[in-house]
Design a protein around this ligand. Sequence first.
Ligand SMILES: Cc1cc2nc3c(=O)[nH]c(=O)nc-3n(C[C@H](O)[C@H](O)[C@H](O)COP(=O)(O)O)c2cc1C
Length: 498
Amino acid sequence: MTIDNLHEFVAELEQRNELIRIDRPVSVVHEITEIADRCMKSAGGGPAVLFEKPLLATGVTSDIPVVINLFGSMNRMSLALGVEQLDDIAERIDELIKLKVPDGWREKLALLPKITEIAKYPPRTVARGAACQQVVLQGADVDLESLPIITCWPGDGGPYITLPQVVTRDPQSGVRNVGMYRVQVLGKNICAMHWQRHKVGAAHWREMASRGEKMPVAIVLGGDAPSIYSASAPLPPNIDEYVFAGFLRSKPVMMTKAVTSDLKVPAEAELVIEGYIDPAEELVVEGPFGDHTGFYSLADYYPAVHVTAITRRKNPLYPTTIVGRPPMEDYYLGHATERIFRPLLRLNLPEVVDYHMPAAGVFHNLVFVSINKQYPGHAWKVMNGLWGLGLMSLAKVIVVVDKHVNVQDLEETWWIALNNIDPERDVRFTMGPVDVLDHASRAFTYGSKMGIDATTKWEEEGFDREWPELIEMDEATKQRVDAMWQELGIELKPRNHR
Ligand SMILES: Cc1cc2nc3c(=O)[nH]c(=O)nc-3n(C[C@H](O)[C@H](O)[C@H](O)COP(=O)(O)O)c2cc1C
């Protein structure tokens, strides 16, 4: 069964005891954050929470429930993408990219199901009756402040939409982009769009500005869970996220034309905020915002979106998230990306066995990589390759270890890495673009990067001593102890090193 919208996903989570309903009033100003933060910091990521009576800043109770922490556990993240475990998607992608020119009719026939599978993905359009347009508000009826948009942290510049799919279109190629960029509410019909300079939405905006054309934007909330996730995925600019979501769902995302622009939006969404950016206008102050680094990002200038319509279901749910000191819900969205993109990363760097971005590294600060080392300098080649790949170019520290190291295990990786390095010989610095949220770099979005080669050193790399063996028990002893284990009566809990 495919889940087509947020109502169905919430029902599924409830049935699996993965979601808690809160029927007492809770304020959208800080209180939802504090409750969600306690859940997200608990073992395994805590439950999803649905607030039935969100209290607006004005003291009015909203009749639109707020749902948070939808993706905040391994279990729910997998469920959202319709798999047992996230690596199952990587296997599907692996199968697709292994496609080679068929040799003979048998291979040609075997290829057919794969080709028809790809043909199923592109979004389709419904002519009328889209659920996301059951209610259409325009003109004086547009009021962002009537929505239960949360103010996350005490130092935030205002209320923020935090789990949107921001839809724009490349004016040159016509290819759609869908990005998850936070949006600050500035008034009833105006908001600020925080797309960072390295992101695709920002590139579309620069192109529209150079043409002097107004840019249509749609801020979508809800829809099917793979579509929500796909907005956060670092797909290349020429890939439409709703095609990718269709691939994840094995079913097309149904779209409908927006009411006030020619953009298309997911028909099954809960709410759609339609608007435009006028590149001729002055930028507006956005922020500060309690960010996913665990620090406030400073206020800066971003484009204003003028809202032309709010369309919604009759009974919408409002999905949101919070970011802040890790771990938070976004760790699981990022982890899904890490797993799903592994085969694509290996397409460029086949020597990569595995990689991991631990929660404390807030994605761009730390990347562990295990490689199948084949020649002297191989670790440096991999680091340089990663620093040249899409958003991986923003990685601040990359640690490369040998193939046998389980990089999903933080303690194991640091244990091996710190044992294996001679810091002066094995650490190198380079320069490059850095994440907009990096507050320590010497300049905004520009600074240094550190590579650590923690692989076993070879003679050709100037290492002329003997490299020691890892300590391991012999198999025969292990088997003898396995055989007596029940009798020993020792009960042990597995350790979680993530
Ligand atoms: C919860 C959450 C909030 C995010 N907020 C922003 C944001 O405000 N601005 C931004 O540029 N990226 C933000 N990101 C990261 C982007 O969604 C991510 O880099 C994505 O790949 C961007 O899409 P694009 O590659 O199509 O530009 C956020 C990610 C998550 C999971």
